[in-house]
Design a protein. Structure first.
Length: 250
């Protein structure tokens, strides 16, 4: 592990009135690793991602991004700094082609106000980026297909391509395997393993077989708090995890 994580949070909490959704969570994300966060529904996983991405402000605690205190940074500033995220629900533009979806993401990231004479749809920089990220996720053969006509798995791949179009160093992925069949899931797992070489990945996922297969580190949350964190085998054998999450008795 590196001495300096690319992103971290310390004692991060979020309250909604009297409800504590996330309580004193600390974790680190490092390039070249997949760090999965697991827990039953309502454990605080998606709230944690929303805090890290800047969609929600923390009630207390600190978020560090690329060596800087990013606790009060906006979502847009974190994205510009290299933070990409996907959502549980598809956030693609179904009427636009795969290429256009990727190009729009690249354009939003690489706004070039001085290039007023270049038509956005003919900008070679954003088009090259769009084609590159589509190829990375395996969608280069369907560039002209309307996104709404893609399979469910391809739509999830497109979402990741759109994340990659902003040149992120960190990926926050919220249930990318949700609703996938076995073949699509295997394809997505292969993509995540390939992406971790150049990125730090935080993965929230309910597919336990997938999580234990590809994760370098796993953090387990219950009622907003972390009850265990470590390598997969250490977490799998943790008595608290076996009782509280895996449904076994210690």
């Amino acid at each position: 592990m590196n001495a300096h994580p690319i992103m971290s949070c310390k004692q991060l909490s979020r309250h909604f009135g009297g409800l504590v959704a996330v309580k004193d969570v600390s974790l680190m994300l490092e390039r070249g690793t997949i760090h999965s966060v697991i827990g039953t529904n309502g454990a605080g996983k998606s709230t944690l991602i929303n805090l890290l991405s800047g969609e929600l402000k923390p009630s207390s605690g600190q978020i560090n991004l690329l060596g800087q205190d990013a606790s009060n940074w906006s979502q847009a500033r974190r994205a510009r700094a290299g933070l990409g995220r996907s959502y549980q629900r598809n956030t693609i533009y179904p009427e636009f082609s795969v290429l256009e979806n990727c190009r729009l993401s690249a354009q939003a990231h690489a706004q070039r106000a001085w290039a007023i004479w270049i038509h956005a749809q003919r900008d070679s920089h954003t088009l090259d980026t769009a084609r590159r990220v589509a190829r990375l996720v395996g969608l280069d053969s369907v560039l002209d297909r309307p996104a709404g006509f893609l399979s469910h798995g391809q739509k999830r791949q497109l979402e990741i391509a759109m994340c990659l179009a902003i040149s992120p160093q960190i990926l926050l992925l919220d249930e990318p395997l949700a609703g996938m069949g076995a073949e699509e899931s295997e394809r997505m797992l292969g993509l995540l393993i390939a992406l971790k070489r150049e990125h730090a990945i935080l993965l929230v996922e309910h597919d336990m077989d997938a999580v234990f297969k590809i994760s370098d580190l796993i953090t387990v949350m219950v009622n907003g708090s972390v009850i265990a964190s470590g390598p997969p085998e250490e977490v799998r054998n943790n008595p608290l995890v076996r009782t509280a999450y895996l449904g076994e008795h210690a």
